[in-house]
Design a protein around this ligand. Structure first.
Ligand code: NAD
Length: 330
């Protein structure tokens, strides 16, 4: 247990690492010891902005910290996180995807376990209130449809769309369906980059749940939607708008809290109702919640919302989908 301020550092302060540094800086129980970046100009600029120190070597920063954010490009996640855990006994918060390969993820998990070190991974959507509100429901989805579309930007296009965007939804899917994957079918196309820009995967689980996931980085508007169907329940989740709408089939809508409207219908000579709910959701800065979760986990007060094993399992499915698409395109 750590009672004083938790000492943290950020390795990689580009687009996203900058925000990690900002949240640590503003968090009361956290001391942002410093930052490191291979681009020293960028590192010094961010250090100055948050009144902290730029280190010329990651080891000099890590040796002073309880926890390290790894916000470098994915290709270096493994080496940076390994050094932090193995050489300096640090907890790590690694941005998604956890690593490039399953072997690397397994290595990090095996290193961290005997040292009791936390691996938290930045699958940020899992903190989205539109998704978390469903924790109150008894979910047993039969069919899940997920769509994530984004206008083209150069950022993230060094990897196929499956590893950049679809990985968010695979992680969500695995958290919603508590069953092993039975089969995967996937296809995709290149439109702008040399790698796959649009992908669709159909995943069937051992418990019978079927899902269809589409990801595209060639779209006019941003869309992040999940539709979830189960017996007597239909839910639409808009991750972008942070809104969830729930339609339940019930004999007695008065038994369902927070129903906004009902629509009667008759089925097999029985009077039923479609009850509509749209829970009020509090908006939060999701990265701020992740950072709080990491600090709380270091202090032993909570557990990471997304741990290394879950991130490794999402990566495994994503790599299978990607390989299947590449095979299909040959
Ligand atoms: P970026 O290119 O803007 O920033 C990366 C920074 O790391 C740069 O400043 C670069 O100089 C530095 N760097 C490169 N190699 C380094 C090394 N070995 N050691 C220290 N610094 C190094 O990239 P970004 O968009 O901030 O993405 C960083 C990571 O965050 C990626 O893994 C990406 O997949 C992930 N990401 C996650 C989300 C999310 O939704 N959770 C969103 C965007 C990016």
């Amino acid at each position: 247990m750590i009672s004083e301020k938790t000492k943290v550092g950020v390795i990689g302060v580009g687009h996203l690492g900058h925000h990690h540094a900002k949240h640590y800086h503003f968090q009361d129980d956290t001391n942002l010891v410093g930052v490191y970046d291979t681009d020293s100009n960028r590192g010094e600029e961010i250090a100055k902005q948050y009144n902290t120190k730029f280190y010329n070597k990651p080891s000099d920063l890590m040796k002073l910290c309880d926890g390290i954010s790894v916000v470098t490009p994915t290709e270096s996640h493994y080496n940076v996180a390994k050094m932090a855990i193995e050489d300096f006994n640090c907890h790590v918060f690694i941005e998604k995807p956890i690593t490039e390969t399953i072997q690397q993820a397994d290595d990090l998990i095996a290193l961290a376990k005997p040292k009791n070190k936390i691996i938290q991974v930045g699958h940020i959507e899992r903190l989205n209130p539109a998704l978390r509100v469903l924790e109150q429901y008894d979910l047993n989805p039969k069919f899940i449809e997920i769509q994530r579309l984004a206008p083209y930007t150069v950022r993230g296009t060094d990897v196929p769309v499956v590893l950049d965007l679809m990985i968010h939804d695979i992680d969500i899917l695995l958290s919603l369906v508590k069953s092993d994957v039975k089969s995967i079918h996937a296809s995709g196309v290149s439109i702008i980059t040399d790698s796959v820009d649009i992908a669709n995967a159909r995943i069937r689980f051992n418990n019978g749940t079927v899902s269809s996931i589409t990801s595209s980085r060639v779209a006019k508007d941003r869309v992040r939607k999940i539709k979830l169907f189960q017996e007597n329940l239909y839910t639409t989740i808009d991750l972008l708008m942070e809104q969830t709408e729930i339609y339940s089939i019930t004999n007695d809508p008065s038994l369902i809290p927070g129903v906004l409207k009902t629509e009667p219908f008759t089925q097999n000579n029985t009077d039923k109702h479609i009850a509509y709910q749209k829970p009020d959701l509090e908006k939060h800065d999701l990265l701020g919640l992740e950072i709080k979760n990491f600090i709380g986990s270091i202090k032993g007060q909570e557990k990471p919302i997304v741990n290394g094993v879950e991130a490794r399992n999402a990566l495994e499915v994503v790599i299978k989908i990607n390989n299947m698409i590449l095979e299909d395109l040959k």
